[in-house]
Write a protein that binds this ligand. Sequence first.
Ligand code: 4AD
Ligand code: MG
Length: 498
Amino acid sequence: MTSIDQLSSCINQTVTLKGWVYRLRQSKGLVFIELRDGSGICQSVIAESDVSTQDWSEAQSLKQESSVELTGLCVADERSEGGVELQVKEVNVLQVAEGYPITPKEHGTEFLMDHRHLWLRSKRQWAIMRIRHSIIYAIHSYFHKEGFIHMDAPIFTGNPAEGTTTLFETEYFDEKAYLTQSGQLYGEAMAMAHGKIYTFGPTFRAEKSKTRRHLTEFWMIEPEMAFYDLELTMSLAEGLIQSVISDVLETRKEELSILGRSLDTLQATATQPFHRMSYSEAVDSLKSSAMSEQLDSMMDARHDEKAQLRSEDDQLKQEVGSAKKWRKVQIEQRRKEILERLAQVDEDIRNIPVWKDSAANFQWGNDFGGSDETLLTMNQDRPTIVHRYPAAVKAFYMKRDPQDDTLALALDVLAPEGYGEIVGGSQREESYDVLIERIHSHDLDEKSFQWYLDLRRFGSVPHSGFGLGLERTVSWICGLSHLREAIPFPRLMGRLTP
Ligand code: 4AD
Ligand code: MG
């Protein structure tokens, strides 16, 4: 058995491929199959004159997503994907699929989400999952290279780490337990044993809002480092993200191109230092007249684009009636793209005035909302690190800025192109007395934090860390419009199956 990604080294050899019928087209005496085997797609041609009568009749029974074994000659063919074509000599059908629910035509998001178990086979989802894999691999290899130890933090916990409003509560024999919101507190303990550690695990938050940025179950990578201050931590976040992007650009060109992802911002991110600004500078930028002018010109650009898309669509609509079959397919594809883009443009046109208003009236002291982050990053070509947030909107464990007690030594990394926060982190409070006071002022149960307070009693040191959201990172790198496509089986409010 040969896999499709190896075919370029099998020219003029007889090979056997095992896979699924991705697309199928029949004409007199010929069956054209795009066969996919997980590693790629191969154009395969079955000619009636080349195969036995038995195989020919089997070939004609094939339907989309039927499983099949094809043996044939691998020939070079510049016109087909991957540069090769299989001239089939033997057909062995494993199972003839029933009418496949996901067809090349347009499907709504909810329909696709209901069929996520099958949707994963489509080319776009295939590309995303391979990029996700490479991101995960790049993260592990970066930390390994930097001397970090990987740790698994518990999933059942008695400690709320990130506020009490998004906890999933569960029964734990006679006790109450929560699904973890973050492995950080355990990471801090492990960092005092190993110096530099990172967690990589599932985390859970009962997010009651439906946004493109929130899942209820997501994967987080949380490095924690003894003796690191805020500065060193910002540099680590930058180094990690740059290294991940470089690896993806190197190994996943084909997948990025399937997604139509433009590479400019990814290349800039990999090679140039990130922007850095304090929270107060970010607030000034939101309230600036430059921001409001930017939004005005964005609004004009969206109206222009809308008019252009509409007129292109009108032209295509007229052409389609008399078009040849192959051209019809092209037109339908393009009209689908236009429709998707129009929906996005209309959403922007609705949003821009709201954003403009909320940016102009932003109050120092508030946390940034999704739209504020969109505005701060929409015209950036690489990430922005925002540091020193008002302590009042941040978690209990964050250390205050010695220069200004109202500020926390916190950092967020905001991804460019409007994506917003992908990393949140901080220097940690290392003083026992201050920390216990914070636990009280945040109405947390002191008893369940005894073990965490111990870390401040036995050799407490300055230390810092952050959390990188995996799906947010995947979503930005792939250029997705919603987190639901960034994870195999997304968990969202109102969605537990499949
Ligand atoms: O900013 P957050 O809440 O920080 C923490 O949890 C810290 N304990 C991390 C640390 O310092 N060790 O979350 C970190 C990141 C966010 O920047 C975001 O990328 C992601 O986790 N995230 C989510 N991703 C998807 N869905 C959600 N509901 C998310 N909430 C946070
Ligand atoms: Mg955050």
